[in-house]
Design a protein around this ligand. Structure first.
Ligand SMILES: C[S@@+](CC[C@H](N)C(=O)[O-])C[C@H]1O[C@@H](n2cnc3c(N)ncnc32)[C@H](O)[C@@H]1O
Length: 274
């Protein structure tokens, strides 16, 4: 099985839509009048959630009206954020069909179907013409991609000259991590790389890295809050445990261990297409 298929199997969840809508109902939300904010605790599947998206947006500085590509969009929380709060037109792609199906449904439910679209595609073979996009984002996807050279070369190809590629990935090393973690069940499907590797591959793909920032402290705070909520009677109905499944406690504990041992750190990187 190739890497993209293994990734889709890791994240796949055939009853996801129902699980999310049941959790929204259990949280007291009116399903006929949902807002993007109602979804934020489940549709931003990266460390720091919505606030981390907001932070990366501030670093990226995409102009309103920009056409953006959200690479590995998941359920599309970041795509909808850039559409609603940034005034951008956003296309999201992801290899996990279950996520793309739910991303479309959620966008329609919150009235953003006209500004955001989602499709099944791989970061390694983007189905777009050269220079289609003004900017691109990638939130917590690189850990699933062995061939980052190809992914960055594809991102560069579809970006216009001068376009910003805003990355927020868990960087560091796989060796020494305990599994499962949120992005992989075993070391065989975890391709965590260090910031120096990202910088080198981005540069070789035709980008200039303009900014880099570790968010390790934000990460620890984020996970400790998840653990504290779990200890105080379990998580609220809507949360990332819906995506991470029965092994959520181990995934959270192993990620915290990797962070505290300095093996990994979620890191922002802002690269500009030369
Ligand atoms: C941890 S989730 C993050 C989802 C989303 N970016 C977010 O922050 O909510 C990682 C996502 O990357 C997607 N992914 C991994 N490898 C990919 C690839 N080669 N091409 C496209 N999507 C990929 C997975 O299917 C999954 O949806």
């Amino acid at each position: 099985m190739d890497h993209d298929s293994l990734t889709a199997r890791h994240y796949g969840h055939s009853a996801l839509e129902q699980a999310i809508f049941s959790a929204l109902a259990a949280s007291g939300k009116d399903l006929s009048a949902l807002s993007p904010d109602d979804l934020a605790s489940v549709d931003e599947f990266h460390i720091g959630g919505r606030q981390a998206t907001r932070d990366l947006a501030a670093q990226a500085g995409f102009a309103p009206g920009s056409r953006l590509l959200d690479i590995g969009c998941g359920l599309g929380g970041a795509s909808r954020f850039f559409a609603r709060e940034g005034g951008c037109r956003v296309t999201g792609i992801d290899v996990t069909e279950d996520y793309v199906r739910v991303a479309r449904e959620l966008s329609a439910r919150v009235g953003l179907g006209g500004q955001v679209s989602h499709e099944v595609a791989s970061a390694l073979a983007l189905p777009f013409a050269p220079a289609t996009f003004d900017g691109a984002t990638m939130f917590h996807v690189g850990m699933n991609i062995a061939d980052k050279r190809q992914a960055f070369s594809e991102a560069r190809r579809v970006l216009k000259d001068g376009g910003v590629f805003a990355i927020y990935d868990v960087m560091g090393e796989t060796e020494g991590l305990d599994f499962p973690v949120p992005w992989a069940s075993s070391a065989a499907t975890s391709f965590v790389a260090g910031a120096a590797t990202y910088r080198r591959l981005l540069s070789e793909a035709g980008f200039v890295v303009e900014k880099e920032r570790s968010r390790a402290e934000v990460a620890l705070d984020f996970f400790r809050k998840i653990q504290a909520r779990a200890a105080a009677g379990g998580p609220p109905p809507l949360g990332l445990h819906i995506l991470m499944g029965a092994t959520t406690p181990q995934k959270v504990a192993n990620t915290i261990a990797g962070l505290t041992r300095g093996l990994i750190a979620p890191t922002e990187m802002i690269a500009r297409a030369r």
